[in-house]
Structure formats: C-alpha cells, structure tokens
Design a protein around this ligand. Structure first.
Ligand code: FAD
Length: 274
C-alpha cells in the first residue's frame, strides 16, 4: 500500500480525511483500473471501518453494508434466501478474485450501466443510506445514479448501506446476464425481475430492470403494467418483451450493436415462461 493511503478505523477518523480531499477506496477494483494501476494520492481505505459492514434486518429493511464484498454477500443466508435476484448477479460478477475484493458500495458508486448489482437493486426498489459528519440521509437508488460514473454523492459523504425492502417470500426473482463470453464478462444486456403472482399464477406486481441498455439501468414501467393481471405464459411475455424494447434506448459500442441489445432485452423475458 502506498504511503499516501490512509486506513481510518472509524467514520469519525474518516471525516477529517474527506475534508483534506482524499479519494475513497473500498476494494480498489474499479478505482485502481481507472487510475491505470496507480494508487491515487491520497486515498482513504474503508476496509477497517466496521460500521460500513454487516448484513442484517434493520427497520424493516434488509441492510447490506456498503463495504461487504460480493463474495461475503454471496455467503450470507439472507442474501441467498431472500434476495436470489441479487445473489444471481453476484455469482456472475467478475472472477473469484474480483468478488473477494470488490464491494457492493463500489459497484454502486462506480455507476456503470453494466454494473451487475444495479439491475437487481433497481428491481428490488433499493434505497441507499448516505452518511457524512453532518448526519445521514436516505435516497432511492434510482434517483442517486445520474449517468455513467455520475451519482448524487455529495462532498464529504460516504455510502454506508444498501437498504432493500424484503420482497414477498413467494415472489419469483430472476437475474440473467448476456455477455460476450461465459466468464469475466461485462454485460451486453442484463435483466432483473421480481414478480409476485397470486395462487392461480396471475401477476399481481412486476418489477423489471434492464442493465447495459442506456446510460443508467432502466426500469420498464409500461412492460410492468402490461404484465399485471396476466399469467407468465409465452403469449404474454412476447407482448411484454415488445413493450420493453420500446422503453429502452441502447447504443452501439464495442461489445454489441443497439439493435442486438434491443432484441435480446425482449427475448430474456421469455425465460420466465411457466
Ligand atoms: C477484471 C475485472 C472484472 C470486472 N468484472 C465486473 C463484472 O463482471 N461486473 C461488474 O459489475 N463489475 C465488474 N468489475 C468492476 C468492479 O470490480 C466492481 O464494480 C466492484 O464492485 C467495485 O467495487 P470496489 O470496492 O472495488 O470499488 P473501488 O474501486 O474501491 O471504488 C469504486 C468507486 O466507488 C467509490 N466508493 C467505493 N466505496 C464507496 C463508499 N462506500 N462510499 C462512497 N464512495 C465509494 C470510490 O471512490 C470509487 O470512485 C470488474 C473489474 C475488474 C478489474
């Protein structure tokens, strides 16, 4: 670690460093790559701040500490059993090394439209707890992310926790990522779905989010409304998939064309057919 890296042991020790203008570093897997392997000077590592860790039920939310790594979240029963849509994304995020070092907070603040945890967290209606020396505030994740690499994090603030309203235990949760290869793939398109049905299989509530199809993750309100009151059969999903395609504005880039992304986005929904 560089001489310019500081490792505060508490938030109280972090605040003065933030006032000096340090860059926050969690796992460093985004930051160090962006800085071409150079540790930006000076940095404050968050790894020793215990209050930024932990997975628990708190005030009716499943609270995920921002400095929990992808691997530690995957090991947690609350994540695996209550949030399988998030666990599905964590399982395919990077490689074992990246999952051991990278954190959920770093994934969110990096605000990449291809960030794997984002589509599940949008579909789960997650909120964020942001703390500073002046206090704490809660914001919906969808309002926090403004565009690629751009968030509503204010100077002096740290992302402390991700707060997820627990979905109904019977809700169907599904995550799928299409990349250019099976391992270490950046998403070309990803779909996260959280769908509640009644005893007859009729959809009561649908939350659908697509990653890598625009500057931020896209929720698909038209498609969600269209699915309500229908069964998850092929005919319904074909119609809803078409609505989803009309709600997104993907771009051509090195990884895929806009047309391919639009086509795949609608098709991914067919995996939910009962
Ligand atoms: C080889 C490789 C493969 C990858 N594959 C994937 C992949 O498949 N899917 C994917 O989504 N990502 C992938 N990534 C990107 C990266 O690993 C993840 O985004 C990871 O979650 C970043 O977390 P981190 O803790 O390393 O963040 P850091 O690099 O430490 O920080 C990233 C940014 O967030 C800020 N930050 C971090 N924590 C906080 C906090 N608590 N409060 C405020 N600001 C904070 C930092 O200042 C920095 O701006 C990959 C990266 C590499 C190098």
């Amino acid at each position: 670690m560089s001489r310019n890296a500081r490792c505060p042991g508490s938030l109280d020790e972090l605040w003065p460093l933030l006032e000096e203008g340090v860059t926050i570093m969690a796992g460093g897997t985004d930051l160090l790559v962006r800085r071409r392997g150079q540790v930006p000077a000076p940095v404050a590592c968050l790894e020793r701040i215990e209050s930024l860790r932990g997975v628990r039920v708190h005030e009716g939310f499943i609270s995920l500490g921002a400095c929990e790594t992808h691997a530690s979240l995957l090991r947690h029963a609350l994540v695996r059993e209550r949030l399988p849509v998030l666990a599905g994304a964590l399982q395919v995020l990077g490689s074992p090394l990246i999952r051991n070092m990278g954190t959920i907070g770093g994934n969110i603040v990096s605000a990449s439209p291809a960030g794997d945890t984002l589509a599940p967290l949008y579909a789960l209606d997650a909120q964020l707890e942001l703390v500073s020396k002046w206090g704490a505030r809660r914001v919906p994740l969808a309002g926090f992310i403004h565009g690629p690499g751009r968030t509503g994090l204010k100077p002096g603030e740290v992302l402390a926790a991700v707060l997820v309203p627990p979905p109904e235990p019977s809700a169907l949760q599904h995550f799928e990522k299409v990349g250019r290869r099976k391992a270490l793939a950046i998403a070309v398109v990803s779909l996260a779905a959280v769908i509640l049905t009644d005893g007859e299989g009729v959809v009561l509530d649908a939350r659908l989010a697509l990653g890598s199809v625009g500057p931020t993750v896209a929720r698909c309100p038209k498609a969600e409304a269209l699915l309500a009151g229908r069964r998850l059969d092929r005919e319904a999903l074909l119609a809803v998939g078409e609505a989803m395609r009309s709600e997104i504005a993907p771009i051509d880039d090195l990884r895929a064309s806009a047309a391919y992304r639009r086509e795949v986005a609608g098709n991914l929904l067919l995996r939910l057919a009962s």
